[in-house]
Design a protein around this ligand. Structure first.
Ligand code: TXE
Length: 497
């Protein structure tokens, strides 16, 4: 197979000069702090983006605030839902264009871009659209005494927080933006999104489609540029009512502190971790290998919920690792625009360098490398999918997030030790248990400290099911009905009559 042909609209889009999207208009900026977007599969510059000035950050926040108090406040919940549904229609209509753009910027395989970045984003939009008409308060019973026949009534209202700042990582730049945008807009908030410097293009195109979908100017704004400078400016802006962040643990901690500092801005943090997948001895080697690939190697492991620590029964670990090695060695690694590719490049040079450093450390630490831990020769940020066999839970690669296609495997003898092994980490985003014995899995679930526990599956998210981390993996939940609490303020009203 070979690369698919790029659509003419993709070619013309990347040739444009890019900047931001503020109040329904593309805004270019002055070019003083422009930066390049690099295709990680070829290392070629594919576009140039003008980074935002602080004045442009302010203009985006002002536009979002004006829309929040004006045009968006005047829409009915039904109309807000209809806007999101129309945007979902347009994402589906432009699936190929957006998927190609995203693959060029992020190195994600085209199949994954079509299915997850666009297909799944449309589904999330439709799910949130359904909530728009169902966000409401409660009527409450009051027990205050009545001395002169007076009576009481009380109720609550769910009121939108205001302008939301959404800070987005590079691994799923459309899907994660859509999660945040859809939750905010459904609740009546407006949003300023800051995509990652590595993947700044696609949301500019989605913002144009949002306008076509009838979402009023100022409701969605996009700011591109340096994370530290613009992120701080967004968080500390007087009009910022809420920050929603997905990204690394250190940056998330900085974002959380900045949000708390001064004005107690609401904050949701969805960070990474070191997720565990445990396989019980009743499963066949083949089933384990399928599960490991699903849990650890999708999108080159660049998924915050992916598993990186694998626990395998001692008597099965050698055949499992042998079979896994054979499967990974058969992976087709190459151009993400080739529909037959299993694994594309890592998403950017900084991340590639980090993974190569971890490989070097694994060697110097004396880790047992079963497969991989090597870059591929030639252009592009390609590495081999990697299998490391750990000596103990204390090994560096059993503790530190790699965010790459790097599975670290530890043998266990006693199933009773599994819970303490899974929980032996400061993080708690997700975990999975793989077994035919549902009773055993059900007994383990309450003891696992993680925001999501999967049984016989891993990584897959559904808009109906809340998602978020415990411990150092974050605070707050996205999706389900849980998101409502994080985008609205609860107001209590008491009436004496
Ligand atoms: O992520 P950051 P980076 C991991 C992965 C990767 C490492 C660094 O291991 O190698 O993090 O990647 C913005 N205030 N993950 O640097 O720093 C930034 O511009 C406010 C895991 O890309 O977390 C971007 O938009 N914002 C992860 C966003 O924050 C700031 C996904 C995320 O950047 C900021 C991605 C600041 N001070 C990488 N500094 C996951 N778990 O999902 C940066 N930003």
């Amino acid at each position: 197979m070979s690369d698919i042909a790029l659509l003419p609209e993709v070619r013309s889009f990347i040739q444009r000069q890019h900047g931001h999207y503020i109040n329904g208009q593309a805004v270019l900026g002055n070019g003083a702090n422009s930066f390049s977007v690099i295709n990680p599969a070829t290392e070629h510059v594919i576009a140039t983006v003008n980074g935002a000035t602080l004045d442009q950050v302010d203009a985006a926040m002002q536009a979002a605030s004006a829309a929040f108090q004006g045009v968006w406040a005047q829409t009915t919940p039904m109309e807000r839902g209809q806007c999101l549904n129309r945007l979902a229609d347009l994402l589906e209509k432009h699936n190929e264009e957006l998927a190609q753009l995203e693959t060029l910027c992020s190195g994600k395989t085209i199949q994954l871009a079509r299915a997850l970045e666009i297909g799944s984003s449309a589904q999330f939009l439709r799910y949130f659209a359904g909530w728009a008409t169902k966000i409401s308060g409660e009527t409450l019973n009051v027990s205050l005494p009545s001395f002169h026949g007076e009576q009481y009534s009380a109720f609550t209202r769910r009121e939108p927080l205001g302008v939301v700042a959404g800070i987005i990582p590079w691994n799923f730049s459309i899907m994660i933006s859509i999660w945040k945008l859809a939750a905010a807009l459904t609740c009546g908030c407006t949003i300023v999104l800051k995509p990652s410097e590595f993947t700044p293009l696609t949301m500019l195109r989605v913002a144009e489609l949002a306008k076509e979908a009838g979402i009023p100017d100022g409701v969605i704004n996009i700011i591109n540029g340096d994370g530290r400078e613009l992120g701080s400016a967004l968080i500390s802006h007087s009009l910022c009512a809420k920050v929603t962040f997905t990204g690394s643990v250190p940056t998330g901690l900085a974002v959380g502190k900045a949000a708390m500092d001064g004005k107690l801005t609401h904050v949701t943090l969805e960070l990474g971790g070191k997720n565990a997948a445990v396989f019980l001895a009743d499963l066949s080697v083949d089933k384990m290998v399928e599960g490991i690939i699903e849990a650890g190697y999708l999108n080159q492991g660049q998924i915050c919920a992916a598993a990186e620590r694998f626990y395998i029964p001692a008597k099965l670990i050698s055949p499992v690792l042998d079979a896994l090695k054979q499967r990974l060695a058969g992976f087709k690694i190459g151009s993400p625009l080739d529909e037959s590719t299993d694994m594309g490049p890592l998403a950017n040079k900084a991340h590639y360098d980090k993974i190569l450093k971890l490989f070097a450390q694994a060697r110097s630490d004396g880790s047992e490398i079963i497969y991989g831990a090597e870059p591929l020769a030639g252009a592009g940020y390609f590495v081999l999918p990697t299998i490391i066999r750990a000596h103990s839970s204390k090994d560096r690669l059993m503790q530190e997030e790699t965010f790459g296609p790097v599975g670290t495997f530890l043998a266990y003898d006693d199933e009773n030790e599994l819970i303490s092994m899974i929980n032996n980490t400061p993080f708690g985003l997700a975990a999975s248990v793989w077994t035919n014995d549902l009773g055993k899995a059900m007994r383990m679930i309450p003891h696992i400290k993680a925001g999501t526990v999967w049984v016989n599956m891993h990584t897959f998210l559904d808009p109906a099911v809340p998602f978020g981390g415990t411990k150092s993996s974050g605070i707050g939940r996205e999706f389900g009905s849980a998101f409502i609490e994080y985008y609205t303020e609860l107001k209590s009203i008491m009436i004496r009559y």
